[in-house]
Design a protein around this ligand. Structure first.
Ligand code: G
Ligand code: G
Ligand code: MN
Ligand code: NA
Length: 249
């Protein structure tokens, strides 16, 4: 109950903050984007999203929190790209509760008000978000992509989506869940699953992003397997906006 009361006031008190985890492009050998990850600077210390996002979803607060995240990420992304020659994409996580027809107008309005290049905005959705109503999801994804933005399927391989849905949903990126990356290179199943996901995605013209990349061995394997992007502690942990700005220099 305390958590919920605090959460209601957190937006008004400006207690949320976005951290940004860099994503590295294997082919270009450089940082090419980031994932925005929310933190709550509550009066009793920093709270991680695992602890308050589920509550925000249950109470509906995720609608206003999610709108703030989208706006803040686009505002920051526009600032970074204004100062940079190389384009930098920004990925934002979207909850099932937010994934509804109104999201299209929200995204369009934020792109207009911030001036952020639509092609550099990525919305990350999970398989369960898409599976709750497949026909509506197909339509909504199409409308979102018509705005010029990109769609990533988060935590791929851990949800319920079958391979057939890779055909029905228009996706730009697949994020390979870190549960599979963890076992590389020792675990033969993880190796097989990861390289197969990369191969399928390549044939479908979908980019792959490996999550939870923690070691040199992970990197070597993923590069050789043809994975496009990597995100994880081997490169960087999620950084504050100031730290990320330093990182870009
Ligand atoms: O930053 P961290 O690794 O603790 O994030 C944990 C989880 O919280 C991730 O699975 C991520 O998808 C989720 N998360 C982080 N930021 C956001 C956000 O802005 N919106 C939503 N809906 N989920 C988020
Ligand atoms: O949206 P998603 O659930 O994928 O959010 C990414 C989460 O994974 C965040 O909580 C982030 O802090 C965490 N994370 C990022 N890189 C690594 C990593 O290399 N190893 C592990 N164990 N967790 C990571
Ligand atoms: Mn994510
Ligand atoms: Na993920």
């Amino acid at each position: 109950l305390l958590l919920e009361t605090g959460l209601r006031d957190a937006l008004l008190r400006d207690e949320f903050e976005l951290y940004y985890q860099p994503q590295y492009d294997f082919a270009r050998n450089r940082l090419s984007g980031c994932e925005a990850l929310i933190r709550w600077n509550s009066p009793s210390g920093m709270v991680m999203p695992d602890r308050f996002i589920p509550l925000a979803e249950e109470t509906g607060l995720i609608i206003s929190i999610g709108a703030w995240v989208l706006e803040e990420a686009c505002r920051q992304g526009e600032l970074w790209n204004r100062d940079s020659v190389e384009p930098l994409s920004v990925a934002v996580n979207v909850s099932a509760v937010q994934f509804r027809p109104e999201l299209v107008d929200e995204v369009r309005n934020v792109l207009d008000s911030t001036g952020f290049d639509p092609e550099l905005l990525v919305l990350e959705v999970t398989e369960s978000v898409l599976m709750s109503d497949v026909d509506s999801s197909v339509l909504l994804l199409q409308q979102l992509r018509d705005l010029g933005i990109r769609i990533a399927l988060d935590d791929f391989g851990t949800g319920y989506a079958s391979l057939a849905y890779l055909k029905r949903f228009v996706l730009d990126k697949l994020k390979i869940d870190r549960a599979f990356i963890m076992g590389i290179p020792e675990d033969r199943d993880d190796v097989a699953i990861t390289s197969s996901i990369i191969d399928i995605a390549r044939h479908l013209n979908i980019m792959t992003v490996a999550e939870g990349v923690e070691t040199e061995a992970h990197c070597e394997f993923l590069r050789a397997a043809g994975c496009n992007l990597a995100q994880g502690y081997y490169f960087d942990k999620p950084l504050s906006a100031d730290e990320f700005t330093q990182r870009l220099k």
